[in-house]
Design a protein around this ligand. Structure first.
Ligand code: ZN
Length: 501
């Protein structure tokens, strides 16, 4: 007799096919489709998404799922099959308790909310977005209560959507550590008034030459062109159909060389993760990176630990100078290294340096916690935001656009997402600490030998996709679960050296 799990297979395969088609259409819309295509293509996306939903959320699948968990069969499934069942169950837990009418109202709201946010940002007026945000918060909180376990903090429900293997208590103490250790360090650096000149980044760099260099750079750190494609879009992002078709976009500006270079390395980190997913699980619902935080740890490991190290540029700085000859002729390697690592409090998260970045996230974390756990008046949010910037970074936004309206996330209902960015950097530091003890790390950076690093990441993290969670993989690889002290240690050591503290 056919096992219950086997009976689920056709549903799962169809769902994967639909997901792949959707990913491909969305990629095309971001990269090559003409502007006028948007309306008609969006309706196709709507239909396919609906079809995906029906394929996986229906009475037959639900019954099979119940049967598997109740019978002995679950125990006999492989680790991968068990992970697939768990993942499927999670989708039911998320959507099933939400009444159809509420879900519909929320979908209608989020279909237009990003547009309202974008307009408010353009007009630099939070009030235009406030009522919409209020409604989004109402639904997000309501939906979270449906899934809340007894005694669980409501915000943790949302945090688990992006990083399921951390408790809120862990994340609280992570941010407490950031506040305690990094705020004074940033103050110390600011008060020292060291001038690092990075103005050369805004000289003129030919776009074709940038593109050529960035594509070469991706390959240099490990991008596999047999399994991947690099294109262009307004914002850099990575997407994947499966482990043999992983794609990323970059964005080139004539007067900003660093942006393109570090986007290239960052997105390559995301791509390498997806390219290394095991053949056995790619094209299944667990065949992608395990969490947002883990994904971000891989991109940041490549961008920061590799791409912003001095040793890395020792190996290729001459090549960079050659590429843009004579624009960088008067800039030494040391000047270049200091410029790419300069730290200075700034208002915009996406432009922040490695050291001040986690403070931007700390601010969002504290605000989200207030939003989800307290009955806060949304009209107070801009002031709360600005006060926190002043307290932690010593600067105050003068407008909503450079303050509370800068990020798109809340307009899409994404609460609990931001912490993943900072957790990602912290995980990257833990991996870095471990690797330095295991392989001749600095030597590899100089000579451009990244295979051994990649192999370690592949064997312990990449290949498992979502079959194992972040903490489990960290423990298996480094011998301990998440430990934020490596992040603080890494930042302190690096920036004390740069600023001679
Ligand atoms: Zn990223």
């Amino acid at each position: 007799m056919q096992g219950i799990f086997q009976q689920l297979t056709p549903y799962l395969e169809k769902a994967m096919a639909l997901t792949t088609a959707l990913t491909l259409i969305e990629w095309d819309m971001e990269t090559t489709a003409p502007e006028e295509a948007a309306d008609a293509t969006s309706s196709i996306i709507g239909l396919l998404s609906d079809e995906y939903f029906k394929t996986i959320m229906n009475d037959e699948v639900k019954q099979l799922l119940h049967k598997i968990v109740e019978t002995e069969e679950y125990k006999q499934l492989t680790e991968v099959e068990q992970a697939i069942v768990t993942q499927l169950q999670k989708q039911y837990d998320e959507f099933e308790p939400v009444p159809q009418s509420e879900y519909k109202a929320y979908s209608e709201l989020t279909a237009k909310s990003s547009g309202i946010w974008a307009k408010a940002k353009e007009n630099n007026d939070f009030n235009e977005f406030a009522e919409t945000l209020k409604e989004i918060i109402y639904y997000r909180k309501k939906f979270a209560t449906y899934r809340q376990k007894k005694g669980q903090p409501l915000y943790e429900v949302l945090l688990h959507d992006f990083e399921p293997s951390f408790t809120m208590e862990q994340i609280d103490s992570f941010f407490a550590l950031i506040k305690k250790e990094l705020v004074p360090l940033i103050r110390q650096i600011t008060s020292k008034n060291v001038v690092i000149d990075r103005s050369f980044n805004h000289r003129s760099y030919d776009i074709d030459l940038q593109r050529e260099f960035c594509i070469w750079l991706s390959g240099y750190v490990g991008f596999d062109f047999e399994r991947g494609v690099i294109s262009e879009a307004e914002h850099p992002f990575t997407t994947n159909l499966h482990n043999r078709d992983v794609r990323y976009t970059n964005h080139y500006e004539e007067n900003n060389l660093f942006n393109a270079i570090f986007s290239a390395i960052h997105e390559t980190g995301h791509c390498i993760y997806e390219m290394n997913i095991d053949d056995e699980i790619t094209q299944t619902i667990v065949g992608s990176g395990t969490s947002m935080a883990m994904h971000e740890s891989q991109s940041r490991f490549y961008e920061n630990m590799i791409g912003k190290s001095k040793e890395f540029w020792e190996g290729i700085y001459e090549k960079l100078q050659q590429q843009f000859k004579p624009v960088l002729n008067d800039i030494t390697l040391e000047q270049f290294y200091l410029a790419i690592n300069q730290s200075e409090p700034s208002l915009i998260r996406t432009e922040a340096d490695e050291l001040t970045y986690p403070l931007h996230i700390l601010i969002r974390y504290e605000i989200e916690k207030k939003i989800i756990t307290e009955d806060i008046d949304v009209y107070e949010l801009p002031t709360i935001w600005n006060d926190l910037y002043e307290e932690y970074l010593g600067i105050r936004p003068q407008t909503d656009a450079e303050g509370i309206l800068q990020d798109v996330h809340w307009s899409m209902g994404e609460f609990g997402y931001f912490p993943s960015y900072a957790l990602g950097s912290a995980i990257a530091s833990q991996l870095y600490h471990f690797m330095k003890q295991t392989i001749p790390f600095e030597q590899c950076l100089k000579t451009g030998e990244f295979e051994e690093m990649e192999q370690m990441l592949k064997e312990h993290i990449h290949k498992y996709g979502m079959v194992r969670n972040t903490n489990r993989m960290l423990k298996d690889m480094t011998g301990e679960t998440f430990n934020a002290s490596y992040y603080i240690e890494y930042l302190k050591e690096k920036y004390r050296k740069i600023y001679d503290l």
